[in-house]
Design a protein around this ligand. Sequence first.
Ligand SMILES: Cc1cc2nc3c(=O)[nH]c(=O)nc-3n(C[C@H](O)[C@H](O)[C@H](O)COP(=O)(O)O)c2cc1C
Length: 203
Amino acid sequence: MPNLFEDRRSSSDFDPARPLPDGLLREIVRLAAFAPSANNLQPWRLIAVRTDEAKRRLHAVANRQPRILLAPVTLIVVADSEGFGAKNPSWDELVERAGGDRTRIERQIAVTASRYGVSPETRTKFAHKNSSLLAMSLMYAAKSLGVDSHPMDGFDVDGVVKEFALAPGEQPSMLIALGYHDDAKPLAPRRRRRTYDELVEDL
Ligand SMILES: Cc1cc2nc3c(=O)[nH]c(=O)nc-3n(C[C@H](O)[C@H](O)[C@H](O)COP(=O)(O)O)c2cc1C
């Protein structure tokens, strides 16, 4: 029986002749959006790079990684380092649940800000911890629907911020190329993973 965890691989050779239907991309994102996040704040958004023109712009600021041109879609996972703030609409849901009593939620917003908003380092950690869970969820959601993926960190952060007009506080977290592996091209052999005994300190 196929296993998502064992079967997901980073595909370097996407088949440029196989598009990713819009409905499938939407379903991958819908499933991945179930990823957990601190206070359910979901401090992220995605930019779907799909046109040749947008691919060329991303390719130029992402070490010219060829898979960006080959894959039908590359998602820019954008992390919001200010996403714990009062402006995040996720708080409104809690206000509603509290019967419209915003004062009760304001205390929670202040506590959250005191945890994540104290320094550039805590803001960046907040942004990247959360958005990395979305990134992983995107890859497993894709695999569950038969779609291959490739995560990439090899890009010029300032270049992506500028080229894709990210807002103040937004940081590009990861690129996830999505599509179908070209079966004519062999995958690199699977690299060894650490075992339970190497990974776990049993107390
Ligand atoms: C955060 C992160 C960044 C990565 N960045 C790149 C990258 O820029 N270029 C690349 O070729 N592979 C990149 N990879 C892919 C890894 O090399 C790959 O996941 C690893 O070798 C294990 O292979 P597998 O995904 O096929 O199991 C990245 C993976 C992760 C998780």
